[in-house]
Design a protein around this ligand. Structure first.
Ligand SMILES: Nc1ncnc2c1ncn2[C@@H]1O[C@H](COP(=O)(O)OP(=O)(O)O)[C@@H](O)[C@H]1O
Ligand SMILES: [Mg+2]
Length: 1235
C-alpha cells in the first residue's frame, strides 16, 4: 500500500485513544458490520441534516466529530476532512474492504467512500472522473490523494496480471519519489507540497489500471536556495546528504547538510517524525520501482551535488566593489561536477556578458563585472534552474515509465495542489499558488452552486436561489488581459524594463495603479493586497518581475552548453533563440496556461470534492482552533454549499435514463421484465415514482429530467430495484426447487408402487399357479378366491426371525435352507390301534424336504418326520371343498402323511414348483394312501351342508359342505382403498387442499400487456447476464410472455378421479334376505362398503340405509375403464410349468405394460408454473397384479345355496383359529404391501 511517507512514521507515538482502537486491528476482530453500522455517530455525518445552518453550527459539528476522532463529514457528495494530525488507523486493508462496493450512505463518511464512488461511477457510466482536493497548506490534501490512490490500487483488480500490478506499484511509488523532490518542511506542514500535481490513472475497460500520467504545476524553486528560519529545503537534500553511500560521498565530495549553505542557513536540519536516512532508502526504492537506471540515478545525484556545492560558492568584494569568488576550490569542484572548465565557472559567477544593440542589429559584447549581491543572485538562479529542470525531468521520466500499456477507456484524476498560502512575506510564488486555488474554487462554484441552480431554472423546478460569493472577479483580477490583470501588468513591466529588475518592479507598481477600481485589489506602495476568496493577502512587489521573467542569463546558459555532462544538456534542451522577436513565456504565462488547461481537463470529468480543513497551526492532534476553522468554513463556502444542497436535488437524470433503470418498479411500466408503458417518457417516469411509493416532496418532474431530492430516496429506489431482481431470482429458484421436489416425489411414488406391485404380483402369480395346479378339479374355499388372498408361503415365518419360526427352524435342523412354505396342519395320527385323529403339527417345506414338527409337553418342539421332496410321488386331494391332503410316498412303516391344511392348494403349488412339476396332483372323490407299509387306506368325502365351518373328519370320512365351483378363479385384486390423496408437496405448486382440493374455476389470467421498446433503446433489465444463466424453466414464462400468449391453464383434474367416489362400491350378485340389523339386497344393488368384519360379514350402505350383509354376495365394481373380456381359463389338466416366483420377469413386464397404460404421471420434463396435475396420479389404481385381468363375469357363477349367517366365534375349530388369524393377518399384510 502507499506508504504514508511522513504521516505514518511519527516516532513519537500518536495518542492511542479511543480513536485508534476504533480503527485499529483489535476493533476489527469481530464482524465488521458492527463497526460500519453501529458505531455511534457524533454530530451529523451529513451536514445537509444540520438543524440550523450557520458557519458556527458547521464548525460545532466539525469540532464535535473531530474531537471524537471522526474526521470525515459530508455535505451531500462533498467530503469535508479535518486533519487529525495523528494516526487513526483508519486506512487498513480491512477498512478498504468495508468500503468496497458500498454506496456512500451505507458506510460512515470516509475518503475511501469518495474513491469508491469515483471508481464505481467510472465503471458504471464509463465517464472520466476526477477528485479535486483543496484546502490550506497542511490541511491534509496530499494524505487524501495518497489514500485515494491506495484505495483505487487495492480495488481495481488485475491481481493476476503483472503488467497491471507493475502500474499500481509505480503509481504508489510516485508518492515517495515526488514527495522527496517536491515537498519540504514548512512552518505549517512538515511535508508541504511545494508543487502542484495532477495524477491521472488510466483504466482499461475492465477497470484495471493500465497507465498513469502526472502533470506538474509550478515547483516552488526559490526554496532550493533559501528558506525562512525553521523551514527546510526539499527533503531530498537532507536525505541525500545524510543517507548517501560512501561511493556517492566519494564521487560527489558529499558532506552532511550542515556543510551546505542552502540546507543549513534556515537552521533546520532535523524534523521530528522524519527519518531522512530511512526516507532516502525509500526514495531509492521508488526510483527502482519506477525504473530509473543506476546511471540515471547517478545523474540525478550529481545534479543535487552541483546545486549543493553551488550554494557554497561565496563572494568577496574586491577593491573595485566587484565580486570575486572567495574560495575557488569550490568553483573548481563545481566545474568538476559539471564536467566543464573551472575558469569558466569562476568567470560566469562574477561577471555577465552584455550585448549592446544598435537599431536592432547586434552590437559589441562586453563583460560586465557583478557586485557580490548580483553574483549571488546569478549563482542562485543557476541552482534553481538546474533543480527545477531536474524535477520536471523526473516527472516526465516517471510518465515515460507509466505510459499506458494498451488502450485505456477511462481516467481517474487526483488533483493535489499546493494549498492557499498567506505568509508574512508573500511573493510571486504565493500569488501563483493562490491564483490556482482561486481557479479550483471557481470549478467548485461552477459545478456545485452555479450550474446546479441554472439547471433548476432550465428545468423549471421550483427553487429558491441561494446567494454565494462567486470568486470569478478575483480570477479576473489576476488573469485578465484586458483591462490588464496582475499577470498582464507583470509581463508588461518585464517587457519594458527587462535589463534592470528594480526598474521593472517600479514599472509594475505603476501599472498596478490601473487595477485600483477592482474591489478585491488595493495598491499599497511597495506592496499590494488581493482579497482572495480565502482571505486577504498582502504581496511584496520586490523581485516579482524577475521571478516572472524566469530566464537564465546568457552566461549561465553558455556555461551549461559548455558542459560535457550529457544529462545536464538534456535538462536544458531548448535554449531561447537570442534573435527571436517573440518574448519567451513568463512564469505568469505558464501558470495561467497550465491552470487553464487544468480547469478544462477537470471540467471534462465527473468531479468529486474533498475539502480539507486544518484544525490548528501547530500540527496538534488535540487542539481545535475554532477561529481558524471558522475562517476556513467561511471561505470554503460550506454554509452556502449546504443551503444549495438542501434546497436542491441530490440526483437528477433524464426521463429516459430513469425509466431504463427503474421501469420494473411499477406494474404499469414493467411486466415480466418487459417495458410496457405506452405513454410518453415523462408520464412513465412519473408513474414509476408514484408507484414506488416515494413521497411527493421527494421528487419533481422537470422538462427533460426527473429530480430526486435526497440521496436516500435514490438509494431506496436502487434497493427496490435490487430487491425486485432478488425476489424474481428467489421465485424462479423456488419454482425450480418445487418442480424438482415434485418430480422426485412422483418418481418415488411410482417406484414404491411398482416395487410393491412387483412383490404382490409374484404372490398373485403363485396363487394363479395354484389354480392351474388344481386345474378346476376341486371345489374351492371362498377364502382362497378372495381378491386379496396371496400365496405368502412361509406362514409361520420359519425363514424369519419370529420366536416360533426360530424354534421350528431349529427343530427341523434346516440350517440355511430356504423355507418356501410353512403352515399349521392337522395330521392324522393313529394312536395304539385306535382310529386316527387329527393332531396339530407344523409343516415346513424347504427346497429339499417336507418337515413335520410336533410340540409336546414332554419333549417340546421336535422334528417328527422329514420327507425328502424326491420321494413324494403324488399329492392326493379330494375334489370337494375340504382341506385334506395326502402325500403319497414309497412304501414305508410310517405310511403316507395325511393332514388337513387350509393352504393345501398353495402347498401343492409350492411342491410342484420345487420339483419342477414332477409330482402328480391327484384330485379324486377319495384320497387313497398307505396307512402302513402294506396297508392301503381310503378317505371318503361326504357332501354335508350342515357342517358350519371347514370340514369334519371322522373315521376316514370327511363331511364337508359344498364349496365354490372348481372352475372358480380368484377374484381380481380389490380396488385400493381410496383414502385422502396425499398432496405431493406443500410447495406453492399445489393448490391448498391438495389435488382433490378446490376445483373452483381459477380466475382468468390477466391479459399480457404488449412489450414496448425502452425509451433509451436499451435492452430490458432482464437481459442482465446474471439472469441469462438461469435455467430454462426460469426463462420459460417470460418467453411465453414475450409471445403474448397467456400462461397455459393448469390441466383439468382427471375425469376418472372426479367420477369415482372415494369409497369402494360393490354390486349385489344375489338377492339377500336378512334379519334386523342386516341389509336386504336385491341383485345388482350398488352399495358402499363401510366396514369389513373378519367373519365374512360386511357393513355396507345403500343410499341412507346401512346394515350387515354377507360379503360373498357382493362383487366389487371394477375400476374404470373396463377391460376387454378375459381369456378362457386354462384348460390343461397337467400341472403347468412352475414359474419362478421371486424373479417374476414376465410379471414385471406385464406390470410395466399395465403401468404404461395408465395415465402418465406428471413426471414429464416440462414444469408448469401452475399447480401440477397431481390429480392425474393414479387416484384409482388398478389392483396390483391384475394389470390386464378384468373381473370374472358374474354370470359364470353357479347359484349358491343360501348363505350361512355369520358364525359364532366359538363355533370355530379350535385348531384352526390361530392359524386362520395368522393367515388372514399375512394376507392382509400382503394386501397392504400391494397398496
Ligand atoms: N488523514 C490523516 N491522518 C493522519 N494524519 C494526517 C492526515 N491528513 C494529514 N495528516 C497529517 O498532516 C500532515 C499534512 O498533511 P498534508 O496532506 O501533507 O497536507 P497538505 O497536502 O494539505 O498540505 C501530514 O504530514 C500528516 O502528518
Ligand atoms: Mg500537500
Amino acid at each position: 500500500m502507499a506508504p504514508s511517507k511522513k504521516a505514518g512514521k511519527k516516532k513519537d507515538a500518536p495518542a492511542k485513544g479511543k480513536a485508534t482502537s476504533a480503527g485499529g486491528k483489535a476493533a476489527f476482530a469481530k464482524a465488521d458490520w458492527k463497526e460500519g453500522f453501529k458505531k455511534k455517530q457524533v454530530g451529523v455525518s451529513d451536514m445537509t441534516l444540520l438543524s440550523t445552518i450557520s458557519n458556527e453550527s458547521v464548525n460545532d459539528n466539525l469540532q464535535k466529530r473531530w474531537t471524537n476522532a471522526e474526521i470525515y463529514t459530508y455535505i451531500g457528495p462533498v467530503l469535508i476532512s479535518v486533519n487529525p494530525f495523528r494516526d487513526l488507523g483508519i486506512y487498513t486493508d480491512e477498512v478498504v474492504a468495508r468500503y468496497k462496493g458500498r454506496n456512500r450512505l451505507e458506510v460512515p463518511p470516509h475518503v475511501f467512500a469518495i474513491a469508491e464512488g469515483s471508481y464505481y461511477n467510472m465503471q458504471a457510466y464509463k465517464d472520466n472522473q476526477c477528485v479535486i482536493i483543496s484546502g490550506e497548506s497542511g490541511a491534509g490534501k496530499t494524505e487524501a490523494a495518497k489514500r485515494i490512490m491506495q484505495y483505487v490500487a487495492a480495488v481495481s483488480g488485475g491481481h493476476d496480471s503483472s503488467a497491471i500490478q507493475e502500474i499500481k506499484d509505480m503509481v504508489l511509488a510516485t508518492n515517495p519519489l515526488l514527495e522527496s523532490f517536491g515537498c519540504a518542511k514548512t512552518l505549517r506542514n512538515n511535508n508541504s507540497s511545494r508543487h502542484g500535481k495532477y495524477l491521472e490513472i488510466m483504466f482499461n475497460a475492465n477497470g484495471e489500471p493500465v497507465g498513469a500520467q502526472i502533470t506538474n504545476y509550478l515547483l516552488e524553486k526559490g526554496r532550493v536556495v533559501g528558506q525562512i528560519e525553521n523551514e527546510r529545503d526539499f527533503h531530498i537534500f537532507y536525505q541525500f546528504t545524510k543517507g548517501a553511500s560512501d561511493d556517492q560521498r566519494e564521487a560527489f565530495g558529499l558532506q552532511g547538510p550542515e556543510s551546505y549553505a542552502y540546507t543549513s542557513r534556515s537552521n533546520c536540519l532535523e524534523v521530528p517524525g522524519i527519518d531522512d536516512v530511512e526516507d532516502f532508502a525509500e526514495t531509492i526504492k521508488a526510483m527502482q520501482i519506477i525504473g530509473l537506471s543506476d546511471s540515471e540515478q547517478n545523474d540525478i545525484f550529481r545534479m543535487l551535488a552541483v546545486i549543493l556545492w553551488l550554494g557554497n560558492v561565496t563572494f568577496v568584494e574586491n577593491d573595485d566593489g566587484n565580486a570575486a569568488v572567495a574560495d575557488t576550490s569550490v568553483t573548481d569542484f563545481v566545474a568538476y561536477l559539471l564536467e566543464t572548465d573551472a575558469a569558466l565557472v569562476e568567470k560566469v559567477m562574477v561577471s555577465k556578458v552584455v550585448e549592446t544593440q544598435r537599431g536592432g542589429r547586434r552590437g559589441s559584447v562586453y563583460d560586465v563585472p557583478l557586485n557580490p549581491a548580483q553574483a549571488a543572485a546569478g549563482r542562485d538562479a543557476l541552482a534553481k534552474a538546474i533543480y527545477n529542470n531536474l524535477f520536471e525531468w523526473i516527472v516526465s521520466r516517471v510518465n515515460v515509465s507509466m505510459k499506458p500499456r494498451g488502450a485505456h477507456a477511462t481516467v481517474i484524476g487526483v488533483l493535489d495542489i499546493y494549498g492557499f498560502e498567506i505568509f508574512q512575506e508573500n511573493s510571486f510564488e504565493q500569488l501563483c499558488i493562490n491564483y490556482v486555488n482561486e481557479k479550483l474554487q471557481q470549478i467548485f462554484i461552477e459545478l456545485t452552486l452555479k450550474a446546479e441552480q441554472e439547471e433548476y431554472v432550465r428545468e423549471q423546478i421550483k427553487w429558491s436561489p441561494i446567494n454565494y460569493f462567486n470568486n470569478k472577479v478575483v480570477c479576473d483580477l489576476i488573469e485578465e488581459r484586458r483591462p490588464p490583470g496582475i499577470f498582464a501588468a507583470l509581463n508588461d513591466a518585464c517587457a519594458t524594463a527587462h535589463a534592470d529588475p528594480a526598474a521593472a518592479d517600479n514599472s509594475f507598481v505603476q501599472r498596478l495603479g490601473g487595477l485600483g477600481s477592482n474591489a478585491h485589489f488595493e495598491a499599497r506602495g511597495s506592496k499590494f493586497l488581493v482579497k482572495h476568496y480565502a482571505g486577504d493577502v498582502m504581496y511584496t512587489i520586490a523581485g516579482m518581475t524577475d521571478k516572472n521573467k524566469d530566464a537564465l542569463v546568457k552566461d549561465l546558459l553558455d556555461l551549461v552548453a559548455s558542459s560535457g555532462n550529457a544529462f545536464l544538456q538534456t535538462l536544458f534542451p531548448d535554449r531561447p533563440d537570442p534573435n527571436s522577436k517573440k518574448r519567451p513565456p513568463t512564469a505568469g504565462d505558464k501558470i495561467k496556461a497550465s491552470a487553464g488547461a487544468l480547469v478544462e481537463n477537470l471540467m471534462r470529468a465527473q468531479p468529486s470534492y474533498i475539502r480539507t480543513i486544518k484544525p490548528n497551526e501547530n500540527r496538534s492532534g488535540s487542539e481545535y482552533d475554532t477561529k481558524a476553522v471558522l475562517h476556513q468554513v467561511k471561505y470554503l463556502g460550506l454554509q452556502e454549499n449546504i443551503r444549495v444542497r438542501r434546497a436542491g436535488f441530490a440526483y437528477r437524470n433524464t426521463f429516459e435514463k430513469m425509466i431504463e433503470r427503474f421501469y420494473l418498479l411499477s406494474p404499469a411500466t414493467g411486466y415480466a421484465g418487459e417495458y410496457i408503458w405506452q405513454g410518453d417518457v415523462k408520464t412513465g417516469c412519473e408513474r414509476i415514482l408514484k408507484d414506488s411509493g416515494i413521497a411527493k416532496e421527494e421528487w419533481q418532474m422537470g422538462v427533460t429530467k426527473a429530480f430526486i431530492k435526497n440521496p436516500e430516496t435514490l438509494f431506496a429506489l436502487e434497493t427496490m430495484r435490487d430487491r425486485y431482481f432478488h425476489n424474481m431470482a428467489a421465485r424462479i429458484q423456488r419454482a425450480w426447487r418445487n418442480y424438482w421436489r415434485y418430480k422426485n416425489e412422483c418418481a418415488i411414488r411410482i417406484q414404491r408402487f411398482w416395487k410393491n406391485n412387483k412383490e404382490s404380483l409374484a404372490f398373485a402369480e403363485v396363487r394363479d399357479y395354484g389354480h392351474a395346479v388344481l386345474a378346476q378339479r376341486k371345489e374351492r374355499r371362498r377364502y382362497s378366491l378372495l381378491s386379496y388372498r396371496r400365496f405368502v408361503g412361509d406362514y409361520l415365518d420359519v425363514g424369519g426371525k419370529s420366536p416360533l419360526g426360530e424354534t421350528i427352524r431349529e427343530a427341523c435342523g434346516i440350517g440355511r435352507d430356504k423355507v418356501t412354505f410353512s403352515s399349521r396342519i392337522q395330521l392324522l395320527v393313529s394312536k395304539f390301534g385306535r382310529s386316527s385323529k387329527p393332531s396339530p403339527r407344523y409343516l415346513v417345506v424347504t427346497e429339499k424336504a417336507v418337515h413335520i414338527v410336533v410340540t409336546t409337553e414332554k419333549t417340546g418342539t421336535t422334528l417328527e418326520r422329514k420327507i425328502a421332496l424326491v420321494t413324494i410321488k403324488s399329492i392326493a386331494m379330494s375334489n370337494m371343498r375340504d382341506d385334506w391332503v395326502a402325500l403319497n410316498l414309497p412304501p414305508s412303516e410310517e405310511g403316507d402323511p395325511v393332514f388337513s391344511c387350509i393352504f393345501k392348494t398353495e402347498l401343492a403349488a409350492n411342491l410342484l414348483t420345487l420339483t419342477q412339476a414332477s409330482i402328480q396332483v391327484v384330485v379324486a372323490p377319495t384320497i387313497e394312501y398307505s396307512k402302513k407299509k402294506e396297508k392301503k387306506a381310503t378317505i371318503t368325502f361326504v357332501r354335508d351342508e350342515t357342517v358350519a365351518k371347514d370340514d369334519v373328519y371322522k373315521s376316514h370320512t370327511v363331511h364337508v359342505p359344498t364349496g365354490e365351483p372348481a372352475t372358480s378363479v380368484s377374484r381380481p385384486a380389490a380396488k385400493r382403498k381410496a383414502g385422502v390423496v396425499r398432496p405431493i408437496t406443500k410447495g406453492k405448486l399445489l393448490r391448498p387442499g391438495g389435488p382433490s382440493g378446490s376445483n373452483a374455476p381459477r380466475p382468468a389470467a390477466k391479459p399480457k400487456p404488449k412489450p414496448q421498446t425502452l425509451p433509451g433503446g436499451a435492452t430490458s433489465n432482464l437481459a442482465s447476464p446474471a439472469l441469462k444463466s438461469t435455467p430454462a424453466v426460469a426463462a420459460k414464462p417470460s418467453a411465453a410472455a414475450a409471445r403474448g400468449v397467456p400462461p397455459p391453464p393448469p390441466p383439468p383434474p382427471p375425469a376418472a378421479a372426479a367420477a369415482e367416489p372415494d369409497v369402494p362400491q360393490y354390486r349385489a350378485i344375489y338377492d339377500f334376505q336378512g334379519q334386523p340389523g342386516e341389509l336386504n339386497l336385491t341383485k345388482d344393488d350398488v352399495v358402499e362398503l363401510l366396514e369389513k368384519d373378519d367373519n365374512g360379514w360386511w357393513r355396507v350402505k345403500r343410499g341412507t340405509e346401512e346394515g350387515w350383509t354377507p360379503h360373498n354376495y357382493l362383487e366389487l365394481i371394477p375400476p374404470k375403464p373396463k377391460a376387454a373380456a378375459p381369456p378362457p381359463p386354462p384348460a390343461r389338466r397337467a400341472p403347468p410349468p412352475a414359474p419362478k416366483p421371486a424373479a417374476a420377469p414376465a410379471a414385471a413386464a406385464n406390470g410395466l405394460k399395465a403401468a404404461a397404460a395408465r395415465p402418465t404421471p406428471p413426471v414429464g420434463t416440462k414444469p408448469k408454473p401452475a399447480a401440477p396435475p397431481v390429480g392425474a396420479k393414479p387416484a384409482a389404481p388398478k389392483p396390483p397384479g391384475a394389470g390386464g385381468k378384468p373381473p370374472v363375469p358374474a354370470s359364470a357363477r353357479p347359484v349358491p345355496s343360501p348363505a350361512p349367517k355369520p358364525a359364532a366365534a366359538g363355533a370355530r375349530a379350535s385348531g384352526g383359529v390361530g392359524q386362520m388369524d395368522l393367515a388372514a393377518a399375512l394376507a392382509k399384510r400382503a394386501q397392504r404391501m400391494g397398496e
